[in-house]
Write a protein that binds this ligand. Structure first.
Ligand code: SF4
Length: 286
C-alpha cells in the first residue's frame, strides 16, 4: 500500500485514481468537495447501464463481471481513515467519502452493505461533518433493499448527487445512450427528491463543430422547472464540463465564456443555487 501512496498525485489538476492500481478506495482533491474526497469505486468491472458520450472512464476491452470485495473495501477504507481521519492528507482536510467509480453504483448488489459499513466507520472514526456522497444516475434508487437505507444514510450526513444531463427521451438516448426510459428515471427522481434533497449534476459540452447556443438548453431548464413543480427538493445544480478525454472525441469541453453564459441563463431562469465547474478555471464559480 505504501507504493500506491507514493504514486498518487493529488491536486485540482490531477485525476489519478487508485482504481488504476486495482484498488477500490482512492483519495482525490475535488473542487466539488472543496477539499479531500475519499472515493470508493463501486464498479471495478466498469459496468454501467448508461453509455454517456462524455464518459471519461477508460473501457478498452470487456472485463468479467466483478462485484466490489467487501473485505478488501473495508481494509482499504481503514488504511486511509487511520491516516487521514483527523489531520487530512498532504494539507487537505477530509470533506467527504464518495461512492462513485467506473459505473453506476445504485445497481450494485452490495451497495446496502457498503452504506451500512460507511455509517459504522463514520462513528468509529468520529467523522462528524464528513459527508457521504452517492453519485448516481438514479436508476436503482428505489430498489427494495436500498429504500430501507435512505433514512439512515441521510441522518449520517448522506447526500445523493443525481446525474441529469437530459430532458426527454431523445436527449437521454443521444447523450447517455441507455435503453432506460426517461419518464421512469424522472419519476424516480421526483419521488425520491420529494422525500430527500438531491444535488443535480449536469455535464455540458460541445459536440463536433456545432456552435454553442444557450437556447438549446431550454429543454433542460424546463425539465428542472417541472421537477420543482412536482415537489423535488433540489439543493443545488452542479453544472460542469469535461475534464478528461471522453469516450467520443466529438465531445469537447466548453470554454470559460460558454460556461459563464450558461450559468447566467440558468441563474436567471431557475430558482435553484448553481455551481459552475470548468476545466480552464482553477476554481468553481458559485
Ligand atoms: S453514468 Fe457515469 S460511469 Fe456510466 S457511462 Fe455515464 S458518465 Fe460513465
Amino acid at each position: 500500500m505504501t507504493d500506491i501512496d507514493a504514486q498518487i498525485q493529488l491536486g485540482y489538476q490531477h485525476h489519478s485514481r487508485l482504481s488504476e492500481f486495482d484498488r477500490l478506495v482512492y483519495p482525490v482533491v475535488s473542487r466539488r468537495s472543496r477539499g479531500l474526497s475519499l472515493g470508493i469505486n463501486m464498479n471495478p468491472d466498469k459496468r454501467c447501464n448508461f453509455d454517456c458520450v462524455y464518459c471519461q472512464v477508460e473501457r478498452e476491452g470487456r472485463l468479467p463481471p466483478r462485484a466490489p470485495d467487501l473485505t478488501q473495501l473495508e481494509q482499504e477504507l481503514r488504511f486511509w481513515l487511520e491516516r487521514i481521519a483527523g489531520e487530512g492528507f498532504r494539507g487537505y482536510p477530509l470533506r467527504d467519502i464518495a461512492l462513485a467509480g467506473d459505473g453506476e453504483p445504485s445497481v450494485v448488489r452490495e451497495l446496502p452493505a457498503v452504506l451500512s459499513l460507511l455509517r459504522r466507520l463514520k462513528q468509529e472514526f468520529r467523522l462528524q461533518g464528513v459527508r457521504l456522497v452517492l453519485f448516481t444516475n438514479g436508476s436503482g434508487l428505489e430498489r427494495a433493499d436500498l429504500v430501507a437505507e435512505w433514512d439512515g444514510f441521510y441522518a449520517a450526513d448522506g447526500e445523493v448527487w443525481f446525474k441529469l444531463d437530459y430532458w426527454d427521451q431523445a436527449s437521454l438516448e443521444a447523450l447517455n445512450r441507455t435503453r432506460l426510459r426517461c419518464d421512469r428515471l424522472l419519476a424516480t427522481l421526483d419521488r425520491f427528491a420529494a422525500r430527500y434533497p438531491v444535488t443535480l449534476q449536469s455535464c455540458f459540452f460541445n459536440w463536433g463543430d456545432i456552435p454553442f447556443r444557450v437556447e438549446d438548453y431550454a429543454g433542460y431548464r424546463d425539465c428542472v422547472k417541472e421537477r420543482l413543480k412536482q415537489g423535488c427538493r433540489i439543493t443545488k445544480i452542479q453544472a460542469y464540463t469535461l475534464a478528461r478525454q471522453p469516450t467520443e472525441s466529438a465531445a469537447k469541453a466548453w470554454g470559460d465564456e460558454e460556461m459563464r453564459c450558461l450559468g447566467a441563463f440558468l441563474r436567471q431562469q431557475l430558482p435553484v443555487p448553481l455551481e459552475l465547474y470548468f476545466e480552464r478555471g482553477e476554481a468553481a464559480e458559485n
